[in-house]
Design a protein around this ligand. Sequence first.
Ligand SMILES: Cc1ncc(COP(=O)(O)O)c(C=O)c1O
Length: 357
Amino acid sequence: MQCRVNLPAFLFLYLYMKSFASDNYSGVHPEIMEALQRANHAHMGSYGNDVITEGAVNRFKEFFGDDIEVYFVYNGTGANTLGLRALTQSFQAIICSELAHINVDESTAPEQFTGCKLVGIPNQNGKINAQQVSEKIQRLGDPHHPQAKVISISQLTEYATAYSVNEIKALSEVAKKHNMYLHMDGARISNAAVSLNKNFKEFTRDAGVDVLSFGGTKNGMMFGEAVVFFTKEAAAFFQYIRKQGMQLHSKMRFISAQFEALLCNDLWKRNAAHANAMAQKLAAALREIPQVTITQQVDGNGVFAILPKEIIAPLQQEVFFYVWNERMNEVRLMCSFDTSEDEIQRLVKKIKALVSA
Ligand SMILES: Cc1ncc(COP(=O)(O)O)c(C=O)c1O
C-alpha cells in the first residue's frame, strides 16, 4: 500500500488556517525540532538513564534549586493526575476551582488514580481564594467525611489569568495550617512567569507550592511535561507511580531533549512573551469594537470575549476558535508562539465586517 500525504491540503491548512482554538493547535517550535534531530543519534540508555535526561533535570535544578525531584511525563493530564496521586490517599479530597482542568477536562483520571473526591468551588476570574478554600476544609478527623488534603490551582488559570505571588502564598498558608499540600497545574507556567515578570521559583517553590506540573507542550514542545517536587517526601514513590500510571517513556531522551531546548537560551520566555504580546494586541483591537465585550483580565495568552451570537458561526468558518460559554456567547481566543500579527488583523477585520453587515 502506498501512503501519500495530501500536500496541497496540508499547505493550505498551514498557511491559511492557523487558529485561535488553543495553544496546542500550534506546531512544534523549530528549535525544539532541531533538538529532537540532535537527540536522534546513536543508542542511549532508556527510561531516563541517559545524559540528555540528566542535562534536562539539571536545567530544572538551575531554576528551582538542587534539592528538587523532577520526573518527565507525556502529557498534562498525566502530570496532574500522578502528581496528585503522590500527594493523597483514596479517602481524601482535593479542593480546586470548579473550572479546573483536573475537574472538567481530564475525564475522571484524577478520581480514578487517586480515588479522592474532587471538590470544585466557584471561581473569580478563574481563581479560588484562601477564604473560600478555608470554608471547604471541614470535619477533619471525621471518618465519615472526605479529608481535605490538597489545594490545586492552575497557573495560568483556565481563564488565562495569573495568580499573584501573594494570592498563592495565602493559599499555601491555608494548606500548611491544615497539614495539606498545594499543587499547581502549570500547563501555561511560562506564560504566567512572563505575565508576572517573575522567575519560576518566586511564584512556585518560594510561594509554598509543593508539587508543580510544568508544561511544555503549549509553549512549543511536541509533547512532554514535568512533575516537579519541592517537597521531597511526596516524591518517595513517584518512580513507581509514574510507571503504574503508564507515563514512563522508554525513549525518554526525546522528552528531555525538548525540555533542554525549551529551558536553554530563554526559548520558554521568547515563546511565552510572544504569545502573551499577541493576546494583548488582540484584546486592544477587540476593545475598539463596541459590539464585543472582553470578559476577563488579559494576563497571559488568552482573550475571553462576548461576541454577537449571529457572527460566531460565520467567523468560525474563517478562523477556528472555541465557544467557551454558550449561554453567554463567550468565546476563547488563544494565542501561541507562532500567532502572527497578520492573523490577528485578519480575525479583527473579519469580526468588524460581520458586525457591520
Ligand atoms: C489548564 C490545563 N491543564 C492541563 C492541560 C494539559 O492537558 P493534556 O492532558 O491535554 O496535555 C491543559 C490542556 O488543555 C490545560 O489547559
